[in-house]
Design a protein around this ligand. Structure first.
Ligand code: ZN
Length: 543
């Protein structure tokens, strides 16, 4: 009895090796392969790559085992074919993402892909799809098809001995994986989990609550309130914060003429775009994120767009990032809450079909010129900023820094550092141009990026430069360090002396603050005292 039972268990556990070995290998390579290949070939992190390979092998074994248990055989075969087709598609997409975009398919990118229209996709593919890519991917598929054909004539499963060796290998993998468990966060299961975590709405307006807003007695509303949302700006790469390369000359000139104020010790609420924007543009906060009060979703909180509209401001969104999906969960719903919105990416594009940020200045000019006396405007600019690929974010005349300027840095980092700093330099130009558009108005302009970048500063991962990782305290801290600038026009400075005094005193002393509370800063700058039950000044940067 016990021998029979043991044999049965052995049959089941060995089944992936003895009956479905080709499926196991194909799934391992096509479905999970991009996750570890990315670590080896793009991130150059062989240890991470090794742990992920182990992790992915276990996943592939479990999937093969579960699918192998499906009865009858014909249903099992259909499931296997479907899984293979999905694996092949995901392999092709991830292969493209790794080699062309530098990262794996994630929730943001998936939402972006679902949201772009066919025309955009076609343009994008024709310009961005390297010629070698299609034959390479097809070649890889052909190898698997050939193996599959071969398996119909020859047994390609493992024999009794070999399968025991494979089982020993699997046990070793499990032992290794238990020790290096955090690596699962970069693996396929976690990626799927993240993609299911999106809580979305297509429209914010049904959730408006119109809280009562009270103002300081003698408050006088400025005519123009401008919010520039930057992208991937690591504070330590700004010469305004002590960086040794002159990356912010034009903003420095504005600061020298006492129109621009820079604030130190500011963090963004998240190291990634969508999450950060959700938190920055609404009263929804990190605390709500971590311990949801009841079932209240992020889109049920009051947004800064609603508040400004309630204060009589006409709202306009100029975006140079892709429009994204209605189900994107962030940027697009905020943009569409504005009375008007313009998405400029892909308009006037260069050879990469990428529109550099100067388009924001040009297209908002007309709107500003049409403004009538007595009107109030709340204008949001959403920049492409220093979004990866950095080298695609600036025109050639801003290619000021080159590899030779980074001789003290490791060889492999120099080109990336140079293109990153060039993108910051171009950002400096665009942001100061936007500020200058409002010079003759009673205007206040806030510049704040969605998050920073790690830029090789994490000793635990010395070759990593991209977004901070939420699960590593150090990586997270580096990824959320951001600059924050407030531009006050001469007229604003003259008309709002009390606020100016607070701006000046805070600009000279580092203030720990999280841009999560951005709505309170904006309301503070227009002279609001209270929104609903909430006190403005105590949550503002200028507290
Ligand atoms: Zn971002």
């Amino acid at each position: 009895m016990s021998k029979k039972f043991f044999n049965k268990i052995e049959d089941i556990l060995m089944m992936p090796f003895r009956k479905h070995f080709l499926f196991l290998i194909s799934f391992f390579f096509l479905a999970t392969g991009p996750f570890f290949l990315w670590q080896f070939f793009y991130q150059h992190l062989p240890i991470n790559g090794f742990f992920l390979t182990v992790h992915c092998f276990i996943i592939s074994y479990v999937v093969t085992l579960l699918v192998g248990l499906i009865k009858p055989d014909v249903v099992r075969k259909v499931v296997q074919y479907i899984l293979m087709a999905i694996s092949a598609i995901s392999f092709a997409i991830n292969f493209y993402c790794i080699f062309e975009l530098g990262y794996l398919l994630d929730a943001d990118l998936a939402m972006l892909m679902l949201g772009t229209d066919l025309n955009e996709t076609r343009e994008f593919a024709s310009v961005m799809l390297p010629k070698w890519m299609i034959p390479t991917v097809l070649g890889i598929f052909l190898v698997f098809i050939a193996l599959w054909r071969l398996s119909q004539r020859h047994n390609m499963n493992l024999g009794k001995k070999a399968s025991w060796v494979a089982m020993a290998g699997l046990c070793l993998c499990i032992a290794i994986n238990v020790r290096a468990w955090p690596v699962w966060e970069e693996g396929p299961i976690h990626r799927i989990y993240e993609m299911t975590q999106y809580e979305v709405t297509e429209d914010l307006t049904p959730y408006y609550t119109h809280p009562r807003i009270t103002f300081i007695d003698d408050a006088q509303l400025p005519s123009d309130v401008v919010l520039i949302i930057g992208e991937s700006f690591a504070r330590c790469h700004s010469s305004l914060y002590g960086y040794d390369k002159e990356t912010n000359p034009e903003l420095k000139a504005l600061r020298d003429s006492a129109m621009l104020f820079t604030f130190d010790s500011i963090d963004s609420p998240a190291p990634t775009t969508a999450e950060s924007i959700r938190l920055m543009l609404s009263t929804y906060s990190q605390a709500d994120d971590e311990s949801p009060s009841g079932d209240k979703k992020w889109f049920e909180y009051t947004t800064i767009i609603e508040l400004m509209q309630d204060c009589g401001y006409d709202s306009y969104w100029f975006g140079n990032q892709a429009r994204g999906s209605k189900k994107n969960g962030a940027t697009r719903v905020f943009a569409e809450a504005c009375r008007q919105q313009k998405f400029l990416q892909h308009e006037g594009a260069d050879r990469y079909n990428v529109t550099t940020d100067m388009v924001l200045v040009d297209s908002s000019l007309q709107y500003i010129r049409q403004a009538k006396p007595g009107e109030r405007h709340f204008i949001i600019y959403h920049m492409m900023g220093s979004h990866f690929d950095y080298a695609m974010r600036y025109p050639q005349e801003f290619a000021h820094f080159s590899e030779k300027d980074y001789a003290s840095q490791p060889q492999g980092h120099r080109a990336t550092l140079a293109s990153y700093d060039n993108s910051i330099l171009y950002n400096d130009h665009v942001v100061s141009q936007i500020m200058n558009l409002y010079r003759d108005k009673d205007a206040v302009v806030i510049y704040v990026p969605d998050h920073g970048q790690v830029m090789y500063r994490n000793p635990q991962r010395p070759d990593y430069f991209s977004h901070g990782n939420k699960k590593s305290a150090l990586s997270y801290a580096l990824g959320v360090e951001i600059p924050l600038f407030i531009y006050a026009s001469p007229m604003y400075q003259e008309r709002h002396p009390a606020i100016m005094e607070r701006i000046r005193s805070h600009a000279s002393t580092p203030t720990t603050w999280n841009s999560d509370d951005l709505p309170y800063l904006i309301m503070d700058l227009i002279g609001a005292r209270q929104v609903g039950q909430e006190d403005i000044q105590s949550q503002s940067l200028l507290k």
